[in-house]
Design a protein around this ligand. Structure first.
Ligand code: ADE
Ligand code: ZN
Length: 349
């Protein structure tokens, strides 16, 4: 049946922030081969097409296994610089004006790569990316939740010289069996240093993990948060606090969090008054960057121009930018959405 969908050109021109993207998840197979060649590192695949064929996941752990293995070819500062610069260039093409980028230092330090090698390479690229592509950014250090509290504390210690250049800490990796409570003391320490706090919760894990992220970790944002909709009292709490949810539709589809994008909760989230945003999570693995995520949900959920503008505004409201920068970006979204010629619709077969 035919239905109306926003023209993708509206999405392409919409100014937006990306708040949930793992740098290691932007590692495209072609770049992986180039870096592996440079470092004389082995890849257990014959070609980039071969790598892409392996990207069939039935849950989060399936994906994480291959994601950590691919990161093994990243060895020197230049590798992290190239990875971050490539992401910023690609994000700027999607009219991302500001990106808050996750990195997983433990994936690298566990292999003998120094924390400074990783952080210096990324930070150098963020500086160059702003000058070259007019995209601002902030860096968020994620703790791997399948590792111990002690290992997270050791990583926080390694990050200390970078506290002036790292906006915050997050929590990612295997969610089930690793509740936020495991990291309450590490997050309290990070908070005492003035760092912002985010955590993956309610992706595969239950609504109780979202409660824990709020009440025990005191997070500033929830990454994913899909399972919050199982608990009306939690929804009320998230709406009342205008807590940002960094939602990742194509990730949810690829990791079987939803069976079909038509079942995706994003539209329900918006209708409930939740501050939802759209993000790519791991764009090299899940079939697209942020505009592809916008386009896919716009089509599957018949989102209109005002929903899309709300999502873009939410991305700036939920960012860790200062008030003046937020106001400038919000005004740009409003001006764009109100401009004639951004209102086209097309009929989908
Ligand atoms: N690391 C990279 N992507 C992730 C995701 N979607 N969930 C948890 N950890 C991740
Ligand atoms: Zn994620």
């Amino acid at each position: 049946m035919a239905f109306l969908a926003m023209d993708d050109s509206f999405i392409a021109g919409l100014p937006k922030a990306e708040l949930h993207m793992h740098l290691e998840g932007s590692f495209e197979p072609e770049q992986m081969f180039a870096v592996a060649r440079r470092n004389k590192a082995d890849i257990p695949f014959a070609s980039a097409e071969d790598v892409r064929r392996a990207y069939r996941f039935s849950n989060l752990q399936d994906f994480l296994d291959i994601y950590y293995r691919s990161a093994d070819v990243l060895r020197v500062e230049e590798d992290f610089y190239d990875l971050a610069l490539a992401y910023l260039k690609r994000a700027a093409d999607d009219n991302v004006r500001h990106a808050e980028i996750f990195f997983d230092p433990q994936t690298h330090t566990a292999r003998g790569v120094a924390f400074a090698t990783v952080a210096d390479g990324i930070l150098h690229a963020l500086k160059d990316g702003e000058a070259r592509f007019a995209i601002t950014s902030k860096l968020i250090l994620c703790f791997l939740r399948h590792l111990s509290e002690a290992e997270a504390f050791a990583t926080l210690k390694q990050a200390e010289p970078y506290f002036d250049r790292i906006a915050g800490v997050g929590l990612d990796s295997s969610e089930l069996g690793h509740p936020p409570s495991k990291f309450a003391r590490v997050f309290a320490a990070a908070r005492s240093h003035g760092l912002k706090l985010v955590a993956h919760a309610g992706e595969e894990g239950p609504a109780s993990y979202v409660w824990e992220a709020l009440d025990l970790l005191h997070v500033d944002r929830i990454d994913h948060g899909n399972r919050s909709l199982d608990d009306p009292r939690l929804v009320a709490r998230l709406v009342a606090g205008q807590m940002t949810l960094t939602v990742c539709p194509l990730s949810n589809l690829k990791l079987c969090v939803v069976k079909d994008l038509k079942d995706h909760p994003l539209k329900r989230m918006l209708d409930l008054g939740l501050r939802a945003t759209v993000n790519s999570d791991d764009p090299a693995y899940f079939g697209g960057h942020v505009n592809a995520n916008f386009a896919a949900v716009a089509q599957a959920l018949a989102l209109g121009k005002s929903d899309l503008a709300t999502l873009a505004k939410n991305s700036f409201l939920g960012s860790f930018l200062g008030d003046a920068e937020k106001a400038r970006h919000l005004a740009a979204v409003e001006a764009y959405a109100a401009a004639p010629g951004t209102n086209r619709i097309r009929r989908e077969p």
